[in-house]
Design a protein around this ligand. Structure first.
Ligand code: WQD
Length: 320
């Protein structure tokens, strides 16, 4: 049995990846400092190490003592606005975290790595759908640290030989079960639910974009599909000599108004969303080109927007 270390494995996405890895027959060691992760999300059957990725000795010890063959690195700060206000926090945690992890991997002689990157590396690209070869021009320190992380993996792989995959997530949503929802309320669907639970009208940020209905278009991807992309990536790494960057999306755009319609359908009433002004820095359209991941990994998403909203609704933090 191969065993994978999952940094950030007690987070929203990590909890789903941990289960998918266990279901694939792999062993799992979750390493998480519980700064935003939750211990109860770590599944039975996974080992747990409470430590920060910045603690190189602790990561190295976990890799060695559990005889780990690869790492899935999710642990990171991920709030775009916060990264603008506190860039050094993002450089310390995301870039420093990657230095520490790659050091620990070299010391423990572990060379398989799946890295959690983001569509934020593209910034506001001139074309949509976006291929992996589109020039990267991130618009926030968050996106910059994710792109730097990709470079670090690539460079370390050239220097010492690694088998690696970087996954550029688009807009992740949904839940695999009611106890595994996204509790952070930083993104559209959790924010809509939060407004509804407080008896307020959800807001549409900007209705004058150059899109068919005037609201922004994103490529929403179910967290369960995202988790299976990690398992397929781990498998590719295990085969040796992987060096790949993949978009992880559906290749299908949905506008904010379309998300509001999906929520209305799920909750059984019109959510009566309110059009408000644009949020600064939002690109009009971000949709993934998914040909590469389909061809090279044999992976494609199987859940649609309705599945995401319907699974996220009972999984929201404080259902009323
Ligand atoms: C989606 C759309 C909003 C809330 C960010 C990061 C990205 C990734 C995911 C990863 C936008 C609109 C939102 C609301 C709205 N992060 N919106 N009303 O901005 O596409 O991507 O999160 O770790 O890197 O940039 O996601 O969910 O914030 O917004 O109209 O109450 O919904 O303007 O068009 P975004 P989001």
């Amino acid at each position: 049995m191969t065993r994978w270390l999952l940094t950030g494995g007690a987070g929203y996405i990590g909890a789903h990846v941990a289960r998918a890895l266990l279901d694939s027959g792999r062993g799992v060691v979750v390493l998480d400092d519980l700064s935003t992760g939750v211990r109860s999300r770590v599944p039975e059957g996974a080992a747990f190490v409470e430590a920060s990725v910045l603690d190189t000795d602790a990561v190295r010890a976990a890799l060695t003592s559990y005889d780990v063959s690869g790492v899935i690195h999710l642990a990171a700060k991920k709030a775009v606005g916060e990264s603008v206000e506190q860039p050094l926090l993002y450089y310390r945690e995301n870039v420093g975290g990657m230095v520490s992890l790659l050091d620990a991997m070299a010391l423990a002689d572990v060379s398989n790595l799946v890295y959690s990157s983001s569509a934020a590396v593209y910034g506001d690209p001139a074309w949509s759908p976006i291929s992996e070869d589109t020039p990267c021009a991130p618009l926030s320190p968050y996106g910059e640290t994710k792109l730097i992380g990709e470079w670090m993996v690539r460079d370390q792989a050239r220097a010492r030989g690694m088998s690696w995959v970087s996954l550029r997530y688009f807009n992740v949503a949904g839940a695999g079960s009611p106890d595994l929802g996204d509790t952070s309320a930083n993104n559209l669907i959790p924010m809509v639910f939060d407004a509804l639970d407080r008896g307020e009208r959800p807001q549409v940020f900007g209705t004058d974009y150059p899109t068919p209905d005037g609201s922004c278009i994103r490529d929403y991807i179910h967290v369960v599909d995202l988790a299976s992309a990690h398992v397929a990536s781990a498998q590719l790494c295990e085969g040796g000599d992987a060096a790949a960057v993949f978009n992880v999306g559906r290749g299908i755009g949905a506008s904010v108004w379309e998300v509001m319609a999906a929520v209305s359908e799920v909750v059984g009433r019109d959510v009566d969303a309110e059009a408000v002004g644009r949020r600064p820095g939002d690109p009009p359209e971000l949709v993934a080109m998914v040909d590469r991941i389909r061809a090279d990994l044999g992976w494609s998403a199987s859940h649609d927007l309705h599945d995401m909203v319907a699974s996220a609704w009972p999984a929201r933090p404080n259902p009323v």
